[in-house]
Design a protein around this ligand. Structure first.
Ligand SMILES: N[C@@H](CCC(=O)N[C@@H](CS)C(=O)NCC(=O)O)C(=O)O
Length: 307
Protein backbone atom coordinates (compact mmCIF):
# COMPACT_ATOMS: atom_id res chain seq x y z
CA UNK A 1 0.00 0.00 0.00
CA UNK A 2 1.65 3.23 -1.05
CA UNK A 3 1.92 6.41 0.98
CA UNK A 4 0.90 9.95 0.19
CA UNK A 5 3.38 12.57 1.32
CA UNK A 6 1.23 15.22 2.98
CA UNK A 7 4.16 17.38 3.97
CA UNK A 8 7.97 17.35 4.06
CA UNK A 9 9.60 19.40 6.79
CA UNK A 10 13.30 20.12 7.06
CA UNK A 11 14.25 19.67 10.69
CA UNK A 12 17.51 18.91 12.47
CA UNK A 13 19.83 17.67 9.71
CA UNK A 14 17.33 15.34 8.06
CA UNK A 15 13.71 15.47 6.96
CA UNK A 16 10.38 14.72 8.55
CA UNK A 17 7.78 13.17 6.26
CA UNK A 18 4.12 13.45 7.20
CA UNK A 19 2.49 10.51 5.46
CA UNK A 20 -0.96 9.06 5.00
CA UNK A 21 -2.12 5.74 3.60
CA UNK A 22 -5.09 3.44 3.49
CA UNK A 23 -4.53 0.61 5.93
CA UNK A 24 -5.94 -2.77 4.91
CA UNK A 25 -5.61 -4.14 8.46
CA UNK A 26 -7.48 -1.22 10.06
CA UNK A 27 -9.75 -0.53 7.07
CA UNK A 28 -9.32 3.23 7.35
CA UNK A 29 -7.02 6.05 6.39
CA UNK A 30 -4.05 6.40 8.73
CA UNK A 31 -1.46 9.10 9.22
CA UNK A 32 2.09 8.72 10.49
CA UNK A 33 5.37 10.60 10.62
CA UNK A 34 8.76 9.29 9.55
CA UNK A 35 12.03 11.04 10.39
CA UNK A 36 14.79 10.37 7.85
CA UNK A 37 18.17 11.12 9.44
CA UNK A 38 21.00 13.03 7.83
CA UNK A 39 22.91 9.82 7.03
CA UNK A 40 20.27 9.02 4.40
CA UNK A 41 21.41 12.04 2.44
CA UNK A 42 25.12 11.25 2.84
CA UNK A 43 25.41 8.51 0.26
CA UNK A 44 28.80 7.20 1.32
CA UNK A 45 27.72 6.28 4.84
CA UNK A 46 24.93 3.97 3.69
CA UNK A 47 26.74 2.40 0.78
CA UNK A 48 27.28 -0.82 2.73
CA UNK A 49 24.67 -0.89 5.48
CA UNK A 50 21.05 0.11 5.49
CA UNK A 51 19.97 2.72 8.03
CA UNK A 52 18.24 0.99 10.98
CA UNK A 53 14.85 2.13 12.21
CA UNK A 54 13.13 2.67 15.54
CA UNK A 55 9.34 2.45 15.87
CA UNK A 56 7.96 4.81 18.56
CA UNK A 57 4.53 3.86 19.97
CA UNK A 58 2.67 6.67 21.69
CA UNK A 59 0.34 6.57 24.66
CA UNK A 60 -3.35 7.18 25.27
CA UNK A 61 -4.93 10.13 23.43
CA UNK A 62 -1.85 10.67 21.26
CA UNK A 63 -1.46 11.12 17.54
CA UNK A 64 1.88 10.88 15.69
CA UNK A 65 2.46 14.55 16.53
CA UNK A 66 2.95 14.36 20.31
CA UNK A 67 6.32 12.67 20.31
CA UNK A 68 7.39 14.14 16.99
CA UNK A 69 7.04 17.62 18.46
CA UNK A 70 7.96 16.98 22.10
CA UNK A 71 10.20 13.89 22.22
CA UNK A 72 13.35 15.39 20.64
CA UNK A 73 14.30 12.04 19.11
CA UNK A 74 15.29 13.55 15.77
CA UNK A 75 18.51 15.03 17.20
CA UNK A 76 19.47 11.58 18.50
CA UNK A 77 18.53 9.99 15.18
CA UNK A 78 21.04 12.24 13.41
CA UNK A 79 23.66 11.59 16.08
CA UNK A 80 23.57 7.81 15.64
CA UNK A 81 21.99 7.34 12.21
CA UNK A 82 18.58 5.72 12.57
CA UNK A 83 15.16 6.50 11.11
CA UNK A 84 12.15 7.01 13.41
CA UNK A 85 8.59 5.92 12.67
CA UNK A 86 5.78 7.58 14.65
CA UNK A 87 2.50 5.72 13.97
CA UNK A 88 -0.94 6.70 15.24
CA UNK A 89 -2.42 5.03 18.33
CA UNK A 90 -5.63 3.55 16.86
CA UNK A 91 -7.77 3.39 13.74
CA UNK A 92 -9.58 6.68 13.08
CA UNK A 93 -13.09 7.76 12.06
CA UNK A 94 -14.43 4.24 12.47
CA UNK A 95 -18.07 3.34 12.97
CA UNK A 96 -18.66 1.42 16.18
CA UNK A 97 -21.40 -1.26 16.29
CA UNK A 98 -24.70 -0.01 17.81
CA UNK A 99 -24.39 -2.28 20.84
CA UNK A 100 -20.85 -1.08 21.59
CA UNK A 101 -21.11 1.48 24.33
CA UNK A 102 -17.98 3.58 24.61
CA UNK A 103 -18.26 6.57 26.90
CA UNK A 104 -17.15 9.49 24.71
CA UNK A 105 -15.53 11.02 27.79
CA UNK A 106 -13.38 7.93 28.41
CA UNK A 107 -10.06 8.77 26.78
CA UNK A 108 -8.65 5.33 27.62
CA UNK A 109 -10.90 3.45 25.17
CA UNK A 110 -11.64 3.60 21.45
CA UNK A 111 -9.94 6.16 19.23
CA UNK A 112 -6.52 7.13 20.57
CA UNK A 113 -6.54 3.96 22.66
CA UNK A 114 -5.97 1.03 20.30
CA UNK A 115 -3.70 -0.80 22.80
CA UNK A 116 -1.64 -2.28 19.94
CA UNK A 117 -3.68 -5.50 19.83
CA UNK A 118 -5.82 -7.42 17.34
CA UNK A 119 -9.43 -7.23 18.54
CA UNK A 120 -11.91 -10.04 17.96
CA UNK A 121 -14.89 -7.79 18.72
CA UNK A 122 -14.17 -4.58 16.78
CA UNK A 123 -12.97 -5.29 13.27
CA UNK A 124 -11.05 -2.04 12.72
CA UNK A 125 -9.00 -2.39 15.90
CA UNK A 126 -6.13 -4.46 14.49
CA UNK A 127 -3.18 -2.36 15.66
CA UNK A 128 -1.20 -5.54 16.40
CA UNK A 129 -1.10 -6.57 12.75
CA UNK A 130 -0.77 -2.98 11.60
CA UNK A 131 2.34 -2.19 13.66
CA UNK A 132 4.10 -5.55 13.42
CA UNK A 133 3.32 -6.40 9.80
CA UNK A 134 1.44 -4.04 7.52
CA UNK A 135 3.18 -0.78 8.35
CA UNK A 136 6.81 -2.01 8.26
CA UNK A 137 6.17 -4.00 5.09
CA UNK A 138 4.51 -1.01 3.42
CA UNK A 139 7.41 1.23 4.41
CA UNK A 140 9.97 -1.31 3.19
CA UNK A 141 8.30 -1.57 -0.19
CA UNK A 142 8.07 2.22 -0.59
CA UNK A 143 11.29 2.50 -2.56
CA UNK A 144 9.99 5.70 -4.12
CA UNK A 145 10.40 7.38 -0.70
CA UNK A 146 13.15 5.42 1.02
CA UNK A 147 15.18 4.05 -1.92
CA UNK A 148 15.64 0.74 -0.10
CA UNK A 149 18.19 2.52 2.13
CA UNK A 150 16.27 2.16 5.42
CA UNK A 151 15.77 -1.19 7.16
CA UNK A 152 12.20 -1.33 8.51
CA UNK A 153 12.09 -5.12 8.88
CA UNK A 154 15.22 -6.56 10.48
CA UNK A 155 17.67 -4.04 11.86
CA UNK A 156 15.01 -2.28 13.84
CA UNK A 157 14.08 -1.53 17.43
CA UNK A 158 10.95 -0.46 19.23
CA UNK A 159 10.17 2.04 21.96
CA UNK A 160 7.02 3.51 23.45
CA UNK A 161 5.35 5.54 26.16
CA UNK A 162 2.64 4.40 28.61
CA UNK A 163 0.13 2.34 26.54
CA UNK A 164 2.80 2.45 23.82
CA UNK A 165 5.42 1.24 26.30
CA UNK A 166 3.18 -1.74 26.96
CA UNK A 167 2.82 -2.22 23.20
CA UNK A 168 6.59 -2.04 22.66
CA UNK A 169 7.22 -4.63 25.39
CA UNK A 170 4.51 -6.94 24.00
CA UNK A 171 5.71 -6.73 20.39
CA UNK A 172 9.27 -7.38 21.55
CA UNK A 173 8.53 -10.24 23.96
CA UNK A 174 5.97 -11.93 21.71
CA UNK A 175 8.18 -11.64 18.61
CA UNK A 176 10.36 -14.48 19.91
CA UNK A 177 7.46 -16.85 19.22
CA UNK A 178 6.19 -15.25 16.05
CA UNK A 179 7.41 -16.07 12.60
CA UNK A 180 7.49 -12.38 11.72
CA UNK A 181 10.64 -10.33 12.19
CA UNK A 182 11.46 -9.23 15.71
CA UNK A 183 13.27 -6.25 17.16
CA UNK A 184 16.90 -5.84 18.17
CA UNK A 185 16.02 -3.93 21.34
CA UNK A 186 13.06 -2.51 23.22
CA UNK A 187 12.63 0.44 25.53
CA UNK A 188 9.67 1.92 27.33
CA UNK A 189 8.86 5.13 29.18
CA UNK A 190 6.25 4.88 31.94
CA UNK A 191 4.85 1.64 30.52
CA UNK A 192 1.65 -0.10 31.62
CA UNK A 193 3.55 -3.28 32.53
CA UNK A 194 0.73 -5.32 34.07
CA UNK A 195 -2.44 -4.34 32.16
CA UNK A 196 -4.56 -7.26 33.41
CA UNK A 197 -4.15 -5.87 36.95
CA UNK A 198 -5.25 -2.27 36.23
CA UNK A 199 -8.39 -0.56 34.96
CA UNK A 200 -6.88 0.83 31.72
CA UNK A 201 -5.92 -2.69 30.64
CA UNK A 202 -8.95 -4.51 32.03
CA UNK A 203 -11.43 -2.11 30.39
CA UNK A 204 -9.58 -2.26 27.08
CA UNK A 205 -9.34 -6.05 27.02
CA UNK A 206 -13.06 -6.32 27.92
CA UNK A 207 -13.91 -4.06 25.00
CA UNK A 208 -11.56 -5.59 22.44
CA UNK A 209 -11.83 -9.31 23.29
CA UNK A 210 -14.63 -11.83 23.78
CA UNK A 211 -12.50 -13.92 26.15
CA UNK A 212 -10.67 -11.00 27.66
CA UNK A 213 -9.01 -12.90 30.49
CA UNK A 214 -7.42 -15.43 28.15
CA UNK A 215 -6.39 -12.90 25.48
CA UNK A 216 -5.22 -10.32 28.03
CA UNK A 217 -2.63 -12.71 29.44
CA UNK A 218 -0.89 -12.77 26.06
CA UNK A 219 -0.61 -8.98 26.10
CA UNK A 220 0.60 -8.44 29.63
CA UNK A 221 4.40 -7.98 29.79
CA UNK A 222 4.58 -8.95 33.46
CA UNK A 223 2.60 -12.16 32.88
CA UNK A 224 4.55 -13.01 29.72
CA UNK A 225 7.81 -12.70 31.67
CA UNK A 226 6.32 -14.67 34.55
CA UNK A 227 4.90 -17.52 32.46
CA UNK A 228 7.44 -17.96 29.67
CA UNK A 229 11.04 -19.06 29.77
CA UNK A 230 13.42 -16.44 28.39
CA UNK A 231 16.55 -17.99 29.89
CA UNK A 232 17.99 -18.86 26.46
CA UNK A 233 17.10 -15.45 24.98
CA UNK A 234 19.36 -12.44 24.87
CA UNK A 235 16.91 -9.79 26.09
CA UNK A 236 17.64 -6.11 25.47
CA UNK A 237 15.07 -4.10 27.43
CA UNK A 238 15.33 -0.68 29.09
CA UNK A 239 12.42 0.77 31.10
CA UNK A 240 12.21 4.21 32.72
CA UNK A 241 9.40 5.48 34.94
CA UNK A 242 9.11 8.62 37.05
CA UNK A 243 8.29 8.16 40.71
CA UNK A 244 6.10 11.31 40.69
CA UNK A 245 3.97 9.92 37.85
CA UNK A 246 0.30 10.25 38.94
CA UNK A 247 -0.50 6.97 37.13
CA UNK A 248 2.36 5.00 38.72
CA UNK A 249 0.51 3.16 41.47
CA UNK A 250 -2.90 2.69 39.82
CA UNK A 251 -2.07 2.00 36.16
CA UNK A 252 1.65 1.48 35.52
CA UNK A 253 2.80 -0.70 38.44
CA UNK A 254 6.48 -1.10 37.49
CA UNK A 255 7.13 -2.91 40.77
CA UNK A 256 5.04 -5.88 39.57
CA UNK A 257 7.43 -6.40 36.67
CA UNK A 258 10.50 -5.76 38.82
CA UNK A 259 9.29 -8.46 41.25
CA UNK A 260 9.00 -11.06 38.46
CA UNK A 261 12.37 -10.13 36.98
CA UNK A 262 14.01 -10.35 40.40
CA UNK A 263 12.29 -13.60 41.39
CA UNK A 264 13.13 -15.36 38.12
CA UNK A 265 16.52 -13.64 37.87
CA UNK A 266 15.77 -12.64 34.27
CA UNK A 267 18.79 -11.05 32.56
CA UNK A 268 18.73 -8.22 30.04
CA UNK A 269 16.02 -6.05 31.59
CA UNK A 270 16.91 -2.79 33.29
CA UNK A 271 14.22 -0.75 35.08
CA UNK A 272 15.11 2.78 36.18
CA UNK A 273 12.73 4.56 38.56
CA UNK A 274 13.63 8.22 38.20
CA UNK A 275 12.96 10.44 41.23
CA UNK A 276 10.70 13.45 40.80
CA UNK A 277 9.57 12.92 37.20
CA UNK A 278 5.93 12.77 36.08
CA UNK A 279 4.15 11.12 33.12
CA UNK A 280 4.61 13.90 30.59
CA UNK A 281 6.89 14.54 27.65
CA UNK A 282 9.06 16.60 30.01
CA UNK A 283 10.01 13.19 31.44
CA UNK A 284 10.14 11.32 28.12
CA UNK A 285 12.32 13.93 26.40
CA UNK A 286 14.70 14.05 29.38
CA UNK A 287 15.52 10.36 29.03
CA UNK A 288 15.26 10.08 25.24
CA UNK A 289 19.05 10.54 24.86
CA UNK A 290 19.70 7.63 27.27
CA UNK A 291 17.18 5.37 25.50
CA UNK A 292 18.49 6.27 22.05
CA UNK A 293 22.07 5.54 23.14
CA UNK A 294 20.87 2.15 24.43
CA UNK A 295 19.22 1.32 21.09
CA UNK A 296 22.14 2.69 19.08
CA UNK A 297 24.52 0.37 20.94
CA UNK A 298 22.29 -2.63 20.34
CA UNK A 299 21.79 -1.70 16.68
CA UNK A 300 25.56 -1.58 16.24
CA UNK A 301 25.70 2.14 15.58
CA UNK A 302 28.30 2.89 18.26
CA UNK A 303 30.23 -0.34 18.52
CA UNK A 304 33.36 1.47 19.59
CA UNK A 305 31.56 2.70 22.74
CA UNK A 306 30.38 -0.71 23.93
CA UNK A 307 32.05 -1.52 27.18
N1 LIG B 1 -5.90 13.26 28.64
C1 LIG B 1 -5.50 12.70 29.90
C2 LIG B 1 -4.02 12.47 29.93
C3 LIG B 1 -3.64 11.35 29.05
C4 LIG B 1 -2.15 11.23 29.00
O1 LIG B 1 -1.40 11.59 29.94
N2 LIG B 1 -1.67 10.72 27.91
C5 LIG B 1 -0.27 10.54 27.76
C6 LIG B 1 0.00 9.12 27.34
S1 LIG B 1 -0.75 7.99 28.49
C7 LIG B 1 0.27 11.49 26.71
O2 LIG B 1 1.29 11.26 26.13
N3 LIG B 1 -0.46 12.58 26.46
C8 LIG B 1 -0.14 13.50 25.40
C9 LIG B 1 0.92 14.49 25.70
O3 LIG B 1 1.36 14.62 26.84
O4 LIG B 1 1.37 15.15 24.74
C10 LIG B 1 -5.88 13.61 31.04
O5 LIG B 1 -6.58 14.54 30.77
O6 LIG B 1 -5.48 13.34 32.18
Amino acid sequence: MSFTVEKTIKTCRGKLLKLSHNSAALNCKMVLNVYIPKQFYENASVAKNKIPSIFYLSGLTCTPENCTEKGFIQIQADKYGFAVIYPDTSPRNVTFPKDCKIDPNDWALGEGAGFYLDSDTLENFQMGTYISEELPQSLASSTDLFEDKIDFLKKRSIMGHSMGGMGALNFYLNSFERNSNGYVSCSAFSPVVNPTAVSWGQNAFKLYFKDYEHEGKKLDPTLILKNKDFSDKNLNILISSGDADPFLENQLKPQNLIDVVTKKNIKGIRVNIEPGYDHSYFFVSTFIPEHCEFHAKKLGLINHLIK
